[in-house]
Ligand binder design. Structure first.
Ligand code: NI
Length: 217
């Protein structure tokens, strides 16, 4: 199979798997992340085939939807790529991206082992901040039945993945536990630049949110 056929088949597969999700991890998230990853990949001189495959497959079998089981995603991706008859070196590179990509708490390091992985992680994190990031965060919180905001529950720093994963905190806390920290955790220079505008937008949004919450003067 040539590379274009593999990419086309993968796109069709993911579209079926992730369509219609209401928690912000749907097909259109994949479309945006893939587009952003390719933009960064071109600027950073990465292997664009790996970047595109990694971006398209990164949320397949996500632990957030499999009771926290982090082995489902890598297994599904391996099986799919074997079906595409890819060589084991390429499969490993893509599967490593899926394994390593997730945010695991504000005090947990999540290094990527390849440039291509760094790029897909950056693109995924860019989609978690800014206007779209805000929308996705509330959509995800709603899907998990979380309160939007509860001033009595303070944000926490998680130093291990288990606590982070099991947190039931209100959605606004997620800004402090993850979203506002992402700007400084971008891997590539290209993504760092892209992150700063989205970061400022979120800060303005929070100011306005609290203004309205407290009663505007
Ligand atoms: Ni994602």
């Amino acid at each position: 199979m040539d590379k274009q056929t593999i990419l086309d088949k993968t796109r069709d597969y993911i579209k079926v798997e992730l369509s219609g999700d209401g928690s912000g991890h749907d097909w259109w998230h994949i479309v945006r992340v893939t587009k952003t990853a390719m933009q960064i990949g071109i600027k950073e001189g990465a292997d664009l085939f790996i970047v595109e495959l990694g971006a398209m497959l990164h949320d397949l079998g996500d632990f957030k939807f499999h009771d926290g089981d982090i082995t489902v995603g890598p297994k599904m991706v391996t099986e799919w790529l074997q079906k595409m008859h890819l060589d084991s070196d390429t499969i490993k590179k893509v599967v490593d991206i899926v394994k390593e990509i997730s945010y695991k708490g504000s005090e947990v390091e999540t290094p990527m082992s390849t440039l291509e992985g760094e790029i897909v992680q950056d693109a995924d994190r860019l989609d978690a901040i800014g206007a779209i990031g805000i929308a996705r965060t509330f959509a995800y919180g709603g899907s998990k039945n979380r309160e939007m905001h509860n001033p009595d529950i303070k944000p926490e720093n998680h130093d291990n993945f288990e606590d982070y994963k099991n947190s039931k905190a209100p959605t606004i806390n997620h800004f402090y536990e993850k979203l506002l920290l992402l700007k400084d955790r971008m891997n590539t220079g290209t993504a760092k630049k892209m992150a700063s505008k989205r970061h400022e937008y979120m800060k303005d949004y929070l100011d306005q949110f609290y203004n309205e919450w407290e009663g505007e003067r």
